[in-house]
Structure formats: structure tokens, C-alpha cells
Design a protein around this ligand. Structure first.
Ligand code: BJW
Length: 254
């Protein structure tokens, strides 16, 4: 590591040690070293093979439910087989040693922060392992109450045995609202933190990326951890160019 990089690392570590409150936003890059593909990598990213509008919108699912369901089924299998890496573990260990000092919001749906032991993860884009009903349930006061999933025909997404609804993965697609409570808590943390760590995200998707702008506007220091340039570099006080599984343990081991 160059002298400049080492100095930047020490500077950020000092900011973190001095911080009363730290907010953190993670993206697909934090799970890359666990073997989960990112979205926007030109060679290996998911969008190199698929168009987002064909898979990650409710219109795509309505148009071709088996196609979208099969894509998610494959990713569920892949994500079940991977393990949290040193970056996930460094965050969870820090939270154990310093309860309440770091609020973690993630755009990831893979559950790896939770499996590493991070408490209270704000899952802004949902959870790929959970299902939800496509339409509001006609039979129950709350969607899904009292309903059951019926065995699906091969290749088809399951349907509700009672109301006939199609079942979809409980993730946030483009054009959909983020879970209001999780977003509100993430915004509150970004608005009151002393340091905001933005890790492994291209910063291309809003409102999640807006958390970094909010933190900066409220006077926090914004630090990016990413081996490549991101769309949030202009907002940052420091950009640490490197993989998160290597840098997070170095930043958070105190
Ligand atoms: C490493 C690494 C290593 C590699 N270590 N790093 C304002 C302006 C413009 C548009 C909008 C706006 N506000 C809203 C929008 C529209 C839209 C949007 O943002 N569009 C942009 C693309 C232009 N946003 C929405 O639609 C959101 N909803 C919304 O706004 O609701 C309000 C509303 C509704 C209706 C009408 C009007 C308003 C919803 C966004 C949902 C995003 N969903 C997805 C799919 C989730 C399900 C699934 O997994 O299938 O979420 S899309 C995809 O992108 C996924 C990710 O969470 C998200 C972010 O991607 P991420 O994590 O940044 O991954 P990558 O691949 O982009 O980057 C990886 C990074 O890691 C890279 O930088 C690498 O360098 C780095 N890396 N190895 C560290 N080892």
C-alpha cells in the first residue's frame, strides 16, 4: 500500500474513533468477495447479461412471471451457498463491541450482514429469501394473513391457495417504494452521524445513494470504500480505493 493510502487509512480510522455516531451504507461490492455477483460490473455484473427492465420491475414480472421467478430462484440458490466475508464480520464485531454506535443500512438482499451477526440491519431493498403477494390480498385485512402458498407447476411462480395471488420475491424493484420505516431510520442516522461510510456501491440508485448527500449536507465526513470509482466520489471527504473485505477490518478493529 502506498504512503498516501496508508495515511488516508489512518486519517479515516481516527475520524471513526472520534465519532459518536457512524452511519454505513453498503452495496453489492461488500458481498463480492463472498462470491455474490454485483449488478453493474461490465464483465461479471448481473446487468452485463440481463437488462434491469426485463427483470427488476413489476412490469417485467407481470409480463413474464416464470422468467423473472427463475432468475430469482437461481440467485436464491447461489446466495444460500455463500458465507459472510471478513468485511461483513468486521462490521458485526464492531457493533458487538460498540453497541448503538453504528447504524447499518444495506441495499443488499442477500442477508449476509444479518448472517454475520449485525443487529438491526436496515434492508432498504428487501430480502430475497422472503416472498410477498403480487397484489394486495382480496381476502385478508393484511395481505397474506391466513393465506397459504400452493405448490407451483414446474417453472411457474407459486400462487396463493386462497386468493389466487401470484407470489413474488420480497425485494424492491425499480419504481417501487422502499420500506418506509427502514428508509426513515437510515435517513435519521445519515442526518445525525459524524462519519458516513459508503461501501461497495456504485451510488447509482436512489433514494439509497441520497443518504450520502444528506450526511454531507448535515456536516458529516463521508468516506467511500470501493476498488473502483463510484458516482458518489464527488461527495466524499476521502475515497479508500480497495476491497472492503480487506479495508473494513483495518478501519473497524478498535
Ligand atoms: C467492491 C468490491 C469489493 C466490487 N469491495 N466494493 C433520482 C434520480 C434518478 C432516478 C431516481 C431518483 N430517485 C429514484 C429514481 C429511480 C430509481 C433509480 O435510482 N434509478 C437509477 C438507476 C437512475 N429508483 C427507484 O426506482 C427506487 N424507488 C423509488 O425511487 O421509489 C420512489 C418512487 C416510486 C414510484 C414513483 C416515483 C418514486 C427503487 C430502487 C430499487 C433498486 N432495486 C435493485 C434490485 C433489488 C432486487 C434484486 O437484487 O434483484 O437493487 S436494482 C440494484 O441496484 C439492486 C441494488 O441494491 C442497487 C444498487 O446497486 P449496488 O449495490 O450499488 O451494486 P452495483 O453493481 O451497482 O455496484 C457495486 C459496486 O461495488 C461497484 O461500485 C464496484 O466497484 C464495487 N465493488 N467489488 C468493495 N471487493
Amino acid at each position: 500500500m502506498s504512503t498516501d493510502c496508508l495515511q488516508a487509512l489512518h486519517r479515516v480510522r481516527q475520524w471513526l474513533q472520534d465519532a459518536h455516531h457512524i452511519a454505513m451504507l453498503t452495496g453489492a461490492g461488500v458481498s463480492a468477495e463472498s462470491g455474490v455477483p454485483t449488478f453493474r460490473d461490465a464483465q461479471t455484473g448481473l446487468w452485463a447479461h440481463f437488462r434491469p427492465e426485463d427483470l427488476a420491475t413489476v412490469e417485467a414480472f407481470r409480463r413474464n412471471p416464470p422468467h423473472v421467478w427463475a432468475w430469482y430462484a437461481e440467485r436464491r440458490t447461489q446466495m444460500r451457498d455463500v458465507l459472510p466475508n471478513a468485511g461483513h464480520r468486521a462490521v458485526a464485531d464492531f457493533q458487538r463491541r460498540h453497541p448503538g454506535r453504528l447504524t447499518l443500512a444495506t441495499q443488499n438482499v442477500d442477508g449476509l450482514h444479518q448472517r454475520a451477526g449485525s443487529p438491526g440491519v436496515l434492508a432498504l431493498h428487501g430480502n430475497i429469501f422472503e416472498d410477498q403477494w403480487l397484489e394486495p390480498c382480496a381476502l385478508a385485512r393484511r395481505a397474506q394473513d391466513g393465506c397459504t402458498v400452493e405448490q407451483a407447476e414446474a417453472g411457474q411462480p407459486p400462487r396463493c391457495g386462497q386468493c389466487g395471488n401470484l407470489v413474488r420475491p420480497a425485494v424492491v424493484w425499480f419504481g417501487e417504494m422502499l420500506p418506509a420505516a427502514a428508509l426513515a431510520e437510515a435517513e435519521q442516522a445519515a442526518g445525525r452521524c459524524d462519519v458516513m461510510l459508503v461501501v461497495g456501491t456504485s451510488g447509482a440508485v436512489y433514494p439509497a445513494a441520497g443518504l450520502a448527500h444528506l450526511a454531507r449536507a448535515r456536516g458529516a465526513r463521508v468516506v467511500i470504500v470501493n476498488p473502483h470509482p463510484s458516482e458518489l466520489d464527488d461527495v466524499a471527504d476521502e475515497v479508500l480505493a480497495g476491497p472492503s473485505a480487506k479495508l473494513l477490518p483495518q478501519l473497524l478493529e478498535f
